[in-house]
Design a protein around this ligand. Sequence first.
Ligand SMILES: [Zn+2]
Length: 831
Amino acid sequence: MLTFAMGNAAVAQQKKSTLYSFNKAPLKQDVYVQLPLGSIKAKGWLLKQLELQKDGFTGNAEELYPGKNDLGKDADWLGGSGNSWEKAPYYLKGLVALAYTLDNDTLKAKAQKWMNYTLDHQQESGLFGPVKMKDWWPRMPFMYALQSYYEATNDARVIPFLSKYLKYELANLDQDPLKEWGKSRAGDNIEIALWVYNKTGEKFLLQLAEKLKNQSYPWADIFNRNQFDYFGNDYQPKHMVNVAQALKFPAIYSQINQSAYYTDALENGISHLLEHNGQPHGLASGTERLSGKSSVQGVETCTVVEWMQSLETASRILHDVQIGDQLEKVAFNALPAQYSKDLKQHTYYTLPNQVISVRGPHGFNQDYGNGIVPGPYSGFPCCRYNMHMGWPYFVKNSWAATPDGGLSVITYGPMTVTARVAQDAQVTIDEETGYPFEEQIKMNVKLNRPTYFPLRFRIPSWCIKPVVKINGQLVSGVKRGEQLLIKRKWSNRDQIVLEFPMHLKTEQQVNNGISIERGPLVFALKIDEEKKNIKEFSVKGFYETEITPNSPWNYGLLTESGDINKNVTLVRSSIPENPFVQEQAPLKLKMKAKLIPSWTLDYKGTAAFDVPFSPVLSNEKTEEVTLVPFGATNLRVSIFPTIGMPKYTDMNYLENFDHNTSKGLVVYGGAWYYKDNAIHSAPNEDGRSGPGIKAIATATKFADFIYSANISISTAGDAGLLFRVTEPAIGSEAYKGYYVGLNAKAGTLTFGKSSNNQWKAISSSNYPLEMNKIYNVSIKAVGDSFKVYVNNSNKPVITATDNEFKVGSVGLRAYNALVTVDDLNVRAFTK
Ligand SMILES: [Zn+2]
């Protein structure tokens, strides 16, 4: 006889489990906890990733980065004279998790050396780590390493050590408050403080949690109200890695204050981030600041692993099935895409449409030259230390213990979990599956004696007809997007079979393009890759590798019938050891497509132009193209244009930024944000917008028109209106078309154009502009004649002629200026 129930209602009357350190009062009571590190073992393709990591960048990290300011013998975290700051703690966080997930003695010995040094050298005051280093921040990732280490080993030194440090922190935060990274990332510190509280019950830890929260950025406000850019020149709240890391902050704090303001902030934050910066794998772009939806903006490896950890933590607190859905999407797509398929290299930034990976510049706010080139030294030295936690944290967070003596599945994959349930029975559940490359997951239960305990299963939201069977009997009431709770007496050799049929679907992306998904997998165009090692490192077999395309990539998809399933053939093959190697990808899609010859590399030749606005007309022949999982690509197109009759906005365009948003303005370089129902260029740390940043209404196409807007400039530099724009890209002059710029400081209006990435002034005029004053600027463009009016003057301020550009999009541009723009209004002249 099967018994099952939905939701948590029946749990209340049960006695709370003491098998694991669940939340003590007054913390929220129904929170799940991580199983001790090592409880979950990976198998199959997932184990292969961990093993490659062991033989690749994690197992060789100390040899690859041997300097004293890195992970060498003379590193500060080993008592040496170096200054590795966050590097060693980042590395150790991943190393400990990998070592004990794999149960590998060599990796454990490596980790032990670092754990021992720090545990044995705590200062009398309670401070730990490098004596010279006063920064709170690097100690936060080190505490995660200690947490994992303790859970795996029960080393008796750890809890008193952490308790003493956290007491020191409470006593010293007033005189030495959180700043910069620590002020952004203190959610991590709070998570550890509460974890220790659940072990020791020391009330000062709750006080510490409040103090840390009060000294941090107001993340719940920022996420609930889309306020990333509300802090002026302060880069921290718009730094994408901080944002990804802070996603868990309100959820962590909601264990203390269960108001919806904290419990809803994760969902609200993700929704704002994706609305303005979303990419096909469900992450927001950031190079390194939030950087819009363009298909050629990047995601940093740190963002991927921190966003994953945030979802892992939040899923235990909030129990929202969507969080697990989002986590799988990031883990199965974005994460493997950041790594080379032998896990010896990472790419600092990956782009949704990355058709070439060569040294830059690329025009990103933080560029680094080799930021999109795979290697052990790609980009800035953070990701190469922080990335090691990606897969091992995914494994250790895939199941959690529930306070009613059961287990909950957060994410699926080939794994075996061994845990204590009920009144201390040991259960092993073996997940037999090739998920997400297969739709079926068989779970085989091993128990010494029949035991009554609850199991919770995440039923993915994307699954239209999920089926769950226990010992061949259908379970009723299985609903997608909900948690399925099954409470019963489980016996040895019980088998749960979960079937999650995967359907193809499209998601709308930037420029009316589409991305293609099947279950938790995102698909991308298979591009033949030409690899060239441009640098060899001291460890044999480690290279920096440029990759160029050896097959066409500029395709638009044919999707006329509307139903994507009718246009696609799914080709399955057996799941290889490593499914992220493109040639042997176990799932491939065959689709009809046409080349778009006008879609080429951009002006710099280091990236494609942004995906053209869809539909796109193509007279090329119909071809069949192959798509592979996003994670199996190094080069890729994952935001596709569609082929068809173009439909532009060409008569009227109005945008008044009401509700602090806009439709279809695409950002190219720098950033723009919405506040007080207007759009503003966002400052970098130097208080300037960056050179030639643009926001283009890519759905518009105007020839002859009047284009007006209200413009107010508050700094030096110029800003104003772009029109008849085609081929916008990241970079100051990276567009074709016209620009009218106002310089309030100099009191000038300039009319000019950019062609072939070169600025040419056409005409300029003095005008008594003042800073912070609103001017209505209107441009009348008819054929080759242009007139610019200010504040509805009868006489134009600028009159000029030029015949280079006939038609194109309208937009905004700022050149190192902070500007506020409102009430865009374009009216075409009918012929
Ligand atoms: Zn990084």
